[in-house]
Structures are given as structure tokens and as C-alpha cells.
Design a protein around this ligand. Sequence first.
Ligand code: AMP
Length: 222
Amino acid sequence: MVIIMLGAQGTGKGTVAGLISEQTKLPQISTGDIFRLNISEKTELGIEADKYISQGNLVPDEITVPMVANRLQEKDAEDGAILDGFPRTIEQAKSLDEILKKSGKKVNLVINLSTPREEIIDRMLTRRICSNPECKLIYNTKLHPPKVEGICDRCGAPLKQREDDLDPVVINKRLETYETQTAPLVEYYKEKGVLRTETVSMSINRMGKDVAEDIINNVLKK
Ligand code: AMP
């Protein structure tokens, strides 16, 4: 089964993908995480990708698409995957269709998370991630703080803020990029009949874990 997480930054894609991955054992493939790991290890890919990421722009398809295609060929993705952060443009979605077709797969479910913009910015500013690349658990200092400030509950590593969550100019640029380049994917997948839109918002007391629970119990187990 191939599941795609869609939605603006800070809507909780990573949290929902992580919870569904734990239940289904499908690997969570986050393009952002792969880039961040490469940036921290200063690989050639990381140095190149950082030029775009630090400005809030998308990394070009020549880099991103083969990276995802290779990752999907790994053994753990034999039965599918949860793609978190890919595709982000119609072109990438078309490339993904082609990649999946080669192994007899297709996109089965697209979970589109929607959150009011004011909340999104706040969630990005209060987001913290575990610095251990094996863990990467996501926290929020207001909504879902760790038991001990600055320390991951799961593995004990220090928490950190993402570089691209620090600068309001970059945050706004990323949201603008989402609106112009990624939001059209909602229609693309609606037409294919695989879209499921979910609101994540404090105003209705519905968080990522509630969405994940619903999808696990009402969609995946049926
Ligand atoms: P994310 O962790 O998904 O918010 O991604 C962080 C950054 O990595 C994005 O702001 C982009 O610069 C880059 N990125 C992640 N996924 C993609 C993608 N599918 N295509 C192009 N750039 C991406």
C-alpha cells in the first residue's frame, strides 16, 4: 500500500505518518528528513539541497525524484510506503505514478491535512525534533511537550529546532511555495478518488494522533 501525506508545513504530516508507520510497518519516507540527514553529514547531496532548503524553496526534481525512486527500491518498501513530503508538485506526482507503475503499485490513499494558517505558523515556531537521526520524534513545546524540557522521551537525546523553522521569512516563503506548487495536488488526487482530507486544529480539539487513530481504525483495518 502506498500512502501519501499531503498538507502545509506544520500540519502534523510527520506525526501522522510516524503513527501509521508504527501500526502498518510500512516505512515512513520523509524527503525532508533525508535532506536534513545529508545536510548534517555534509554530503554532496546535502550541500546542494541546503542551497534551496535554507531559502524555503523546493529542491529541484533532478535531485529529489531519483532520490525517492532509489529509496522506494529498498527492501523495506517492497509492500509500499508512507511518503511524507513527496510529491510536492504535479510533475513529481506524475513521476511518482511512473515509478510505482514499474513495480505494479499505485497511490492508494492520500491523507490531506488542513490547519488554519495562524495555527500553522505557531506550530512551526513551537516544533522541536529529536536530534537523534534514528529517532526524529516530533514534539511541540505547547501542544505536546516532552516530559523533561529539551530531552526526547523516547531516546533521551537533546531536542532541537529545525533551521528552516527559525526564520519567519523562510517560514512564509515555504507556505507560499506550498500554496503555489503543492496545493494543486489536492485536485490531482481528488480526481483519482484517493483523497481523504482531515482537519487538524486546536479549535476542534483534533490533533495528528486523533487523525492517525481514525485512519488506522476506520480506513486501514477495514
Ligand atoms: P519538510 O521536512 O517536508 O518540510 O521539507 C523540508 C524542505 O526540504 C522543504 O522546505 C524543501 O526545501 C525540501 N523538500 C522536501 N521534500 C521535497 C520535495 N518533494 N521536493 C522538493 N523539495 C523538497
